[in-house]
Design a protein around this ligand. Structure first.
Ligand code: HOZ
Length: 428
């Protein structure tokens, strides 16, 4: 139940902000009711404007691997603040961050920083088009790569939450250049490429789809795409904005051992501050101005504050114990949820990789396709979301978003979450 202060703020917000929110998923349209307004956070917890505390599994949509208000990250930002907020010019720190990214993600030989993941994917596609001299691109159903025009076609995330995977305002001529294929179906990709492969500039994919809940790649799917791209001279772009440095230090590409030509990053490399990045093979990246003819720019790109937070974040998570702990805690939570659902006769399954997870109200044992995601029981999810919220657990307010674990989530939080789930499942 939304508290009085959140209600008041939501009422006021609607007068000045479209729908009262600055990003559609926040509006709670996917679960019903009104959104909460937050005023603080600490470790694994969010605090709303009515002083309610919630165990948070959104984690600012992924970057908060170390939890909220981590002292080292806050310290790094505070230290940079003493020297300046932004210069609109080059800094030593951005070189350090770029070097670190290239070291940790070997498929990236050169990287450019942006301000958001949307800019990163949009720019990567432009570079791929410039590099190949081709216009058409391929994306996958239910994958979301930010909100640039050509990518709002059968998109996931907020677009799915609102039941409108396409957007008004996007000229048909743009989307004609975007082909959409089913995720996890290599045979349809093979059939498509055999007819069209030589016209395609790039394939962009979330190697782990995290915007239609969480769907992992079937064995052979990413490998098959790699082979098709090689055969047809197509640039393979992994959108690791969410998975980069999170599912493993080297991202999903290190988990599945498939090397893309370009990678898009975000969130984690800014420690939660606004940032994005795209990088890849030197011969592709050198197409970008001022070296090459592909224009890409940004006044706030490489913001010193975000870069300082990002360097601190990457240093802090370089200890392999961090990802091991995240994976173990996530596994414990998923096992516990499945047990409790089963004992309450609720059809329920989960997917997870490292510290990222998805929960499905589904009769299926495993969920690996867009159609399976769309067939889940959305009514059960909505009720479950509100029962969990009432008990102090904040989940993403949509059945199409992934969940995120942090190292601040300890035994006490996992036990409390499982106790809440036991009650929620029993009420469904
Ligand atoms: N699925 C989005 C992040 N990749 C949710 C964030 C938003 O749209 O506000």
């Amino acid at each position: 139940m939304t508290g009085a202060n959140s209600q008041r703020l939501f009422h006021e917000a609607q007068a000045y902000i479209p729908g009262g929110v600055n990003s559609p998923v926040r509006a709670f349209r996917g679960v019903g009711g009104n959104p909460l307004f937050f005023k603080g956070s600490e470790g694994a917890y969010l605090i709303d404007v009515d002083e309610n505390r919630y165990i948070d599994y959104v984690g600012a949509w992924g970057p908060l691997i170390l939890g909220h208000g981590n002292k080292k990250i806050v310290g790094a930002i505070t230290e940079q603040l003493q020297h300046g907020i932004g210069y609109g010019a080059s800094t030593e720190a951005e070189v350090k961050l770029a070097k670190k990214i290239c070291e940790v993600v070997p498929s990236i030989e050169k990287v450019r920083l942006t301000t958001s993941g949307t800019e990163a994917t949009m720019s990567a596609i432009r570079v791929a088009r410039g590099f190949t001299g081709r216009d058409e691109i391929v994306k996958f159903e239910g994958c979301y790569h930010g909100h640039s025009d050509g990518l709002l076609v059968k998109a996931g995330s907020g677009a799915l939450t609102l039941g409108k995977p396409d957007s008004l305002g996007v000229p048909e001529d743009y989307t004609k250049l975007t082909h959409v294929l089913p995720y996890n179906c290599i045979t349809s990709a093979e059939a498509f490429f055999s007819q069209n492969g030589d016209r395609i500039a790039c394939v962009i994919i979330e190697p782990i789809a995290g915007n239609m809940n969480l769907v992992t790649p079937l064995p052979g799917f990413l490998e098959g795409l790699r082979a098709l791209c090689d055969k047809h001279g197509v640039v393979l772009i992994f959108d690791e904005v969410m998975t980069g440095f999170r599912v493993a230090l080297g991202g999903a590409q290190s988990v599945y051992q498939v090397s893309p030509d370009m990678t898009c990053l975000g969130k984690v490399i800014g420690g939660g501050l606004p940032i994005g990045a795209f990088g890849g093979k030197q011969e592709i990246m050198d197409m970008i101005a001022p070296l090459g003819g592909v224009y890409q720019a940004g006044t706030l790109s490489g913001s010193p504050l975000a870069v300082a937070a990002g360097i601190c974040m990457l240093d802090s998570i370089s200890d392999p114990k961090i990802h091991k702990d995240l994976a173990e805690t996530t596994q414990r939570l998923m096992d516990g949820l499945k047990e409790r659902a089963k004992s309450n006769n609720i059809p329920f399954t989960t997917n997870h990789v490292g510290g990222m997870f998805g929960c499905f109200f589904s009769e299926e044992e495993t969920v690996s396709t867009y159609n399976q995601v769309m067939s889940c029981n959305s009514h059960s999810f909505q009720k479950y979301f509100h029962f969990m919220l009432e008990q102090g657990v904040y989940l993403a307010p949509s059945a199409f978003e992934a969940g995120f674990m942090s190292i601040a989530h300890q035994e006490v939080e996992i036990t409390a979450t499982l106790n809440a789930a036991e009650i929620a499942f029993s009420k469904l």
